[in-house]
Design a protein. Structure first.
Length: 132
């Protein structure tokens, strides 16, 4: 599933480029939205991101495309792959600027880990099923 954001001046660091924390916030938020649609009625929280490497700097005015897809489902957790591309003003091609995987865990009413549903229809995937 693709989601978009525009980089505004308030998202920039003191060097005039996208602040890494703003990008990580978007990734956490957008991936959670995708996971919540895939697992309706489940309380999901972020437990980690892997390999945080910023590949390219991003300027103000760039349109970011977040490509988010499920990668693996465990008993109580689900992992999503995230690829981020930048389409800068005047550019004719997107640039790949970031990638990571993010993992969510399901919690019960007491805040303890609990199992995800056995049967899942992934709304974020065209076919609705995860093949692994």
């Amino acid at each position: 599933m693709d989601t978009y954001a525009i980089v505004r001046p308030e998202h920039l660091n003191h060097h005039g480029y996208l602040f890494g924390g703003a990008l990580l916030k978007w990734i956490d938020e957008y991936a959670w939205l995708v996971a919540s649609r895939d697992f309706p009625g489940c309380t999901l929280v972020t437990i980690g991101m892997d390999d945080i490497v910023f590949k390219q700097r991003v300027i103000s005015g760039a349109i970011l495309r977040f490509q988010i897809e499920p990668v693996k489902k465990g008993g109580s957790s689900v992992r999503y792959g995230v690829e981020v591309f930048s389409d800068e003003p005047g550019a004719t091609n997107e640039r790949h600027v970031f990638s990571t995987t993010i993992t969510f865990v399901r919690l019960d009413e007491q805040g303890k880990k609990c199992d995800l549903p056995a049967e899942v229809r992934y709304r974020s995937l065209a076919g609705g099923t995860l093949t692994a």
